[in-house]
Design a binder for this molecule. Structure first.
Ligand code: ASP
Length: 329
């Protein structure tokens, strides 16, 4: 029987819906886990680690590093890893680990739930059972298991606040469809080379959302000496205002003068940024910006955080950003 390590980090799945409110409740959680899902041990031999208990909106790179360190320490002892995590920032954590855990040859599956495990209509049971089953399969990458699918971690994004089908992977087909049968698409491109924990992330990235009437004067307070990369969440195929007082081009020039990388992702979930398509995109290219192609914001952000922590040269960082490292574009 396969051995799976179940790592608890918090989120709704670790909350207690009974009593006065909905609160993180570490003690109640492990009791509920075994009372409500005794048959989990029929799927795999499961050990649990309560690593931390946080709402995922309170997580940062230090928590990603704790997760990577935990997986590194237990790597030889288990066949797969399941991480219980809040849904709000699950796609960021999954993306970060996909870059931080080099040459994975075992599954690392994130899951969580929209309702606490103790709630009668909870989706926690189903997500957890599916995630554990998927963690016994030959995936060699970080995934997010939610509702009836397994998504590549660095391709997934939270799409719904109120639906059980909370995640999507707009530009990449699911790694597994979960029905009566589980249909898998295990990528052959991963799993060679020695596993290495390279989880290290910089916080010198700033994300800017373009919107109509954005006043570039508001950006003057940004300390570009402390920022090494700006991600612009642009419109459509990579456009933003380039005319009149709202033009962002002077800001791009200022970034270039400070050696700050400017990467463009789209506010539209589906398809890819193409900076050659419209005048604004072409101007962005001319003023030094690079394309995030079809990367999610979560992937682009964590990839830059990872690259900035590992490389000094802006040219190397920009070159690597535009290449696929672990199937994120
Ligand atoms: N706020 C919660 C979290 O991300 C939401 C959830 O788990 O669904 O931790």
């Amino acid at each position: 029987m396969k051995k799976i390590l179940l790592i608890q980090t918090g989120g709704t799945i670790a909350m207690n819906a009974k009593g006065a409110g909905v609160e993180l409740d570490p003690e109640a959680w492990s009791k509920i886990l075994y009372e409500e899902i005794p048959e989990l041990n029929e799927i795999a031999k499961i050990n649990t680690i309560p690593l931390f208990f946080e709402d995922s909106s309170d997580l940062n790179a230090s928590h990603w590093i704790q997760l990577a360190d935990c997986i590194e320490q237990e790597y030889e002892n288990f066949d797969g890893f399941v991480i219980l995590h809040g849904t709000d920032t699950m796609a960021y954590s999954a993306s970060a680990l996909s870059f931080g855990l080099n040459n994975l040859d075992k599954p690392v599956i994130f899951t969580g739930s929209q309702l606490p495990m103790s709630s009668i209509r909870s989706d926690a049971r189903r997500n957890l059972v599916n995630a554990i089953e998927l963690a016994t399969m030959p995936f060699k990458e970080v995934g997010i298991c939610f509702n009836d699918a397994l998504y590549r971690g660095n391709r997934a994004t939270k799409m719904s606040i109120g639906d059980f089908d909370a995640f999507g992977s707009p530009n990449f087909s699911p790694l597994a469809d979960i029905g009566i049968q589980i249909e898998t698409r295990v990528s052959a491109e991963f799993g060679s080379g020695d596993f290495k924990n390279a989880a290290k992330f910089s916080d010198e990235v700033f994300v800017l959302t373009a919107h109509p009437n954005l006043n570039p004067e508001l950006l003057e307070g940004l300390n570009l000496k402390k920022i090494r990369a700006v991600i612009i969440r642009a419109f459509g195929s990579g456009n933003f205002c380039i005319k009149g007082k709202n033009s962002l081009l002077p800001f791009l020039d200022k970034c270039r003068d400070h050696d700050v990388t400017v990467a463009i992702v789209s506010q539209a979930d589906f398809d890819s940024v193409d900076l050659t398509q419209y005048t604004a995109g072409r101007a962005a290219l001319k003023h030094g910006a690079i394309s995030g192609n079809d990367m999610t914001l979560e992937a682009a952000l964590t990839k830059l955080m990872f690259l900035l922590a590992h490389y000094d040269s802006k040219t190397d960082i920009e070159e690597l950003f535009q290449q696929s490292i672990v199937g994120e574009l």
